[in-house]
Design a protein around this ligand. Structure first.
Ligand code: GUN
Length: 292
């Protein structure tokens, strides 16, 4: 079994970006700037956004964090988005999800200028991705592609089974794995909550990507010998031995599944850190006007 070290891969990518930023600065060019809108105080979201801002500082990007109470109105958010769309200093921005129930998430995402949508959530970017046009790819699927690429894992003709069909991970992942560029060219099956006999499908996977948020869902008897297993789950479970009072658990029963795999991602330290690296990559591409 080989560990897919997302932490190390993320650091390598961020070092590459930092070197580019240093070169931009030396030439007197514009330093990339990422803004993040965070609504409310959900522990997970606060940590994720803080890590994104810290990553910006580490690699030399400018950053702004805009925080709102969870009582913020949709109109206030839309006004801020309009402001960021028109702010020439800001190359890209994100609205951390999930948003409170009284806010229409689709409306908020659609208000973002696709050229600044470094999360790749706007329907224009989703459509461009599906059509194979240059687009901002959502960070988590893009990070998984980077892992497969940097560990030189063969994907052509392989059977890739994606468990989970979210807009953020499962759906884009399944599309990207079927594309005719490496890492893609795979035969793809998507499983979800209505799938009958999930183990029947997962057992056929050469590459198994799981993104549902159900700790330990994938057990060893559901995985084929020699499979590549990518675990996107990061659920907080109570752990009294930790100062934080919780630990992160993936969707895969790592201890038992690892023995059967050719490659597997740990949780934490697998896919999570790459999400940040790919958001930084998208922000750099936005600053360089590389996409459109
Ligand atoms: N919530 C969970 N993952 C993400 C992400 O990649 N971007 C944003 N904006 N919100 C998220």
């Amino acid at each position: 079994m080989n560990l897919l070290d997302g932490k190390k891969t993320s650091e390598t990518i961020q070092d590459e970006i930092a070197a580019e930023v240093a070169a931009i600065k030396e030439k007197g060019g514009k330093v990339p700037h990422l803004a993040a809108i965070l609504v409310g105080n959900d522990g997970g979201s606060v940590t994720y956004v803080n890590n994104k801002v810290l990553a910006c500082e580490r690699i030399g990007f400018g950053s702004s964090l805009i925080r709102y109470e969870d009582t913020v109105t949709e109109e206030e958010l839309l006004t801020k988005i309009n402001e960021l769309n028109n702010d020439n200093e800001v190359d890209g921005f994100i609205v951390q999800l999930p948003l409170p129930k009284h806010i229409n998430t689709e409306k908020v995402i659609e208000a973002i200028n696709p050229k600044k949508d470094v999360d790749g959530f706007h329907p224009t970017n989703v459509g461009r991705m599906v059509a194979g046009l240059p687009a901002y790819l959502p960070a988590t699927p893009a990070g998984i592609l980077q892992l497969l690429k940097r560990y030189e894992i063969e994907t052509k003709g392989k059977h890739c089974v994606v468990v989970g069909r979210s807009n953020i991970v499962g759906t884009p992942m399944s599309i990207l794995m079927s594309k005719c560029t490496y890492p893609g060219e795979a035969t793809v099956t998507i499983c979800h909550r209505n799938t009958v006999n999930l183990p029947f499908h997962t057992l056929q996977a050469d590459i198994l990507i799981v993104a549902v948020g159900k700790p330990g869902l994938i057990t060893a008897d559901m995985v084929k010998e020699g499979a590549v297993v990518i675990d996107v789950g990061t659920t907080r479970v109570p752990d009294a031995t930790r100062k934080s009072g919780f630990r992160l658990r993936g969707d895969v029963d790592f201890e038992n599944v690892a023995e059967k795999c050719s490659y597997i991602t740990p949780v934490p330290g697998g896919v999570g850190p790459l999400t940040i690296a790919m958001l930084m990559t998208n922000t750099l591409r936005a600053a360089k006007k590389e996409v459109y």
